[in-house]
Design a protein around this ligand. Sequence first.
Ligand SMILES: [Mg+2]
Ligand SMILES: [Zn+2]
Length: 193
Amino acid sequence: MVRAVFLDRDGVINENRDDHVKDWSEFRFLPGAAGAVARLSQAGLLVFVITNQAIINRGLVSRHTVDAINQKMTRAIEQLGGRIQSVVYCPHRPDEGCACRKPRPGLLLEIANRYCLNLREAVLIGDALTDIEAGRAVGCESILVLTGRGPEQLALATASGKSGFTVARDLSSAVDLLLSQWKLEYEVIKAIS
Ligand SMILES: [Mg+2]
Ligand SMILES: [Zn+2]
């Protein structure tokens, strides 16, 4: 059984910037994040990155530039032995009302369709409640990390009584959590079969 992990990009893999990542020179990996992606792929999981990039249709950057940033990120992770299957993004502005801007699950559905994935077996890791909501809409297990917008988003969730997701310090601890959980499940299945 192939399992998939969906990662948000800004605030999970790299530092979030209030003025957005508009060029590779503005892209900074968060500590341990690239290595954490590598551990996921080495455990046999398919890793996808799904990201809202409204800066494209706001006219701040071209698709070409966003593609180049994603490609460099992917290469850097490959050098650590990781593999990102695909990076998909929503280029739309919020006012365009598209089906792919998170919290809508369009990007997740597109990938699930293309790779024949069971989303109920998948996990989504994000630093915003909009990520968590997108995951929940399709039955993914969701983890909120406390990097990027995470702390502010957790406070928001607590204030409004939102729950139903796991919280992890950062991507690296989220990956530790998942891998130990899955190892346990595997051992249970082996023990009873
Ligand atoms: Mg984010
Ligand atoms: Zn969109």
